[in-house]
Each structure stands twice: as C-alpha cells, then as structure tokens.
Design a protein around this ligand. Structure first.
Ligand SMILES: [Zn+2]
Ligand SMILES: [Zn+2]
Length: 166
C-alpha cells in the first residue's frame, strides 16, 4: 500500500546525485567525464576525492582546475561538511603548483566562480599562478572579493560560519 506522505520541511538534499556510471557521476557533466578519463584530458592528479587538470583557457602561465572526482554541485550547494573537501582541493592545487616548479606560493590565486557565474555546475577550484602575471581580463574574471569570484579562504570561512549560525 502506497500512502502519500506529506513531506515536511526535511533537510535539504544538496547532493542531487545522478546515478549514471556509479554514484556521484553525472553523465551530462563535462568535468565528471574529464575526471572519469573519458575526454582524453591529461589528469595531473586523480584519487577518490579530487582530480586535477589544466584549464583549457589559461588565465595565467599556470592555470589548473581542481575538482571533486564525484559530482557535488557548485559552491553554493556546499555546507560545512564540505570544508575538508575544499581544503583538500587547495592542498592538491598547492602540490600541483610545486610539481610544476611554481616556487612563490604567495603569488597565486585560488578560488571559485560564484553561481550564476559558473559555466560548469561541477565544483571547480581555479588555481592560477603567478597572480602578478595575469592579464587585465583575467584579473577581472578571477577578482577576489568580487560578487562573481570567491577565494578558497573566503569560501572555507563562509562554510564554517554557515554551520555555526544554522
Ligand atoms: Zn560533474
Ligand atoms: Zn570557473
């Protein structure tokens, strides 16, 4: 007997995971395909949690994208429990820079485009270096404290405070 439950204000399900090729894979998502090695894109790093590859439109001499290997939506859909994931993404970004001989880790830009300014809904951390060599348009496009780009530090702060107030 199928009774119609009147669904109360349940917890918001942030992970609308499409089950395509396993959990956390969205077959319509380009970054899912890249992380799943279907696009012929060179993966500079891949593990269960995080993958990294080059941005096809580099905004600086070094421009990498670090993404969760599973589809977790954009930065607006994150909650406090994703802080460790974001921190891991930053960590891998730092590692990739070092592997590619970027020595000055203070002259870098790490951040996320804020919806609706994301072209891809799959969470992706932009890692750019050296920040001082970014062109005019890139400075604008990846501008910290703008309403379209949030730095990794800011996002982590936001996520942490989310948990405390709610
Ligand atoms: Zn995806
Ligand atoms: Zn972006």
């Amino acid at each position: 007997m199928a009774t119609n439950e009147s669904s109360g204000p349940a917890n918001v399900d942030i992970s609308k995971i499409n089950v395509g090729q396993g959990e956390g894979y969205d077959k319509k998502c380009i970054f899912c395909k890249v992380a799943n090695n279907e696009m012929g894109t060179e993966l500079l790093h891949v593990d269960e949690e995080v993958s990294c590859f080059r941005d096809i439109k580099p905004g600086a001499p070094h421009h990498y994208l670090v993404v969760p290997t599973r589809h977790v939506g954009n930065c607006k859909s994150l909650s406090k429990e994703h802080v460790s994931l974001v921190e891991k993404m930053v960590e891998i970004g730092m590692e990739i820079l070092q592997k590619n001989s970027v020595l000055d880790l203070s002259d870098v830009r790490f951040g996320f485009h804020w919806p609706p300014f994301c072209s891809v809904s799959h969470l992706h951390l932009h890692v750019l270096a050296p920040a001082s060599q970014m062109g005019f348009m890139s400075r604008l496009f990846y501008r910290p404290n703008s309403y379209w780009f949030v730095t990794a530090d800011q996002l982590i702060q936001q996520l942490n405070s989310k948990g405390e107030t709610n």
